[in-house]
Ligand binder design. Structure first.
Ligand code: SF4
Length: 411
């Protein structure tokens, strides 16, 4: 066991979670103490669903999510940061690396993607499925650079008729998992049997994004339905594989669509373990090549809302991060509302911030990498471990400090 490290200075929670103008108190008393508001915020005395800040729920109503999204930005961020601290260590961030193992030639028509055969004139050229050795090399490089999750993406509609390729991918999964890394794939639609085989090979997670709201989805993709995507997510869940499903901002969607996406994943019987947030990198030759960049405040608002709706989910800042300055990225990360970033040489067909650049940035911010499978060990802290003090601030109770200490000491 490694030497015990000092605890990061993150456990003192700020004073007021509920802003008076957005308080959901049912007491009707404007003179409620800030500690009472805080207690309500932490669900210590929750009387209604709206008071359950930090509680894991699958019964979100869409207008509730919209209200969170529409609240003053700094208010939403502050609430999100408070929820984050109840379930996660905000001084930790996971580095993930994504490798494209089969590029281009995809039969789907996702309007943002250069790998679709429907979009002529994109710079992406189709290549066959890579061999096993280059994957192992890339995974080793990613691990040596601090990545603890290795994701492999293939530009396929699904695995039908690809048995030999699927066998090779199962070998890739076994090899990468054998290196002690979390391993994730994104291979298109899956049947329950294919999901079972991936699980048996050691797959940790499967990525299949819902992309956007159910209503806006047909404007983006026509070759497979929202229900198709949900069926794949169900097959993944049933196989015992963790679900990674998020979206892309900048497709031309409205705020309601961002809310719609979060609401869809937030009302699944089990929330996805991962929610990647991508921002569109317009690629010449795709229908969305002229889309405007996503403003950073939209990214912040989306991540903060997702954090409140899905308190335990790992939120991953994915494609498009490199388009934001360090200052903007710091704003997105303010108070720690997400848990992971993608880093490396390439993000499928778009550029990515490099390892050295990211390591230097995280050093400047005082963040440390998350170990593989650390979230499975669980941050066992919940509202019952929070003690509200007379001044309205909240501290972890001693037994909770012990839990955190044990987690940190085994790092
Ligand atoms: S996003 Fe995936 S499924 Fe859609 S066209 Fe690109 S590779 Fe195919």
């Amino acid at each position: 066991m490694a030497a015990k490290r000092s605890l990061p200075p993150i456990r003192r929670l700020a004073t007021a979670i509920e802003h008076p103008s957005t308080s959901t108190s049912t007491s009707g008393s404007s003179s409620s103490s800030s500690s009472a508001a805080l207690a309500q915020g932490f669900n210590l005395k929750a009387k209604s669903r709206k008071q359950e800040l930090g509680a894991v729920r699958s019964n979100w109503l869409r207008h509730e999510v919209q209200e969170i999204f529409d609240a003053p930005l700094m208010e939403t961020v502050f609430r999100a940061a408070s929820v984050h601290r109840m379930h996660h260590d905000p001084s930790r961030i996971q580095l993930c690396t994504l490798m494209n193992i089969k590029t281009g030639g995809c039969l789907e028509d996702c309007s943002y993607c250069s790998q679709s055969t429907h979009h002529k004139g994109t710079p992406t050229k189709a290549t066959p499925l890579v061999k096993l050795d280059p994957v192992i090399e890339e995974a080793k490089k990613a691990k040596a650079n601090g990545s603890t999750r290795f994701c492999m993406g293939a530009a396929w509609r699904g695995l039908e008729g690809r048995e030999r390729g699927f066998e090779r991918i199962l070998s890739m999964v076994r090899e990468v998992r054998g290196m002690g890394m979390e391993v994730c794939t994104t291979l298109g639609m899956l049947t329950p049997d294919q999901a079972r085989r991936l699980k048996e090979a050691g797959l940790s997670a499967y990525n299949h994004n819902l992309d956007t709201s159910r209503e806006f989805y047909p404007s983006v993709i026509t070759t497979r339905s929202y229900e198709d995507r949900l069926s794949t997510l169900q097959a993944v869940r049933d196989a015992g594989i963790k679900v990674c499903s998020g979206g892309i901002l900048g497709l031309g969607e409205k705020d309601e669509d961002r809310v719609g996406l979060i609401w869809e994943v937030g009302r699944l019987p089990e929330h996805p373990e991962s929610f990647p947030v991508n921002t569109l990198v317009p690629i010449p030759g795709t229908p969305l090549e002229k889309n405007d960049p996503v403003p950073v405040h939209a990214v912040i608002r989306t991540i903060a809302t997702a954090r409140i709706v899905m308190p335990k989910t790992i939120i991953r800042l994915a494609a498009g991060r490199h388009t934001f300055s360090e200052t903007e990225q710091a704003m997105v990360s303010r108070e720690g509302t997400h848990n992971a970033i993608f880093t490396g040489e390439q993000m499928l067909t778009t550029p990515c911030s490099g390892w050295d650049e990211d390591k230097a940035m995280l050093d400047r911010w005082g963040l440390r990498g998350l170990r593989a499978f650390e979230d499975e060990e669980g941050n066992k802290i919940d509202a019952a471990h929070v003690q509200v003090e007379n001044d309205g601030s909240a501290m972890l109770k001693p037994e909770a400090e012990k839990i955190v200490g044990e987690t940190v000491s085994s790092a």
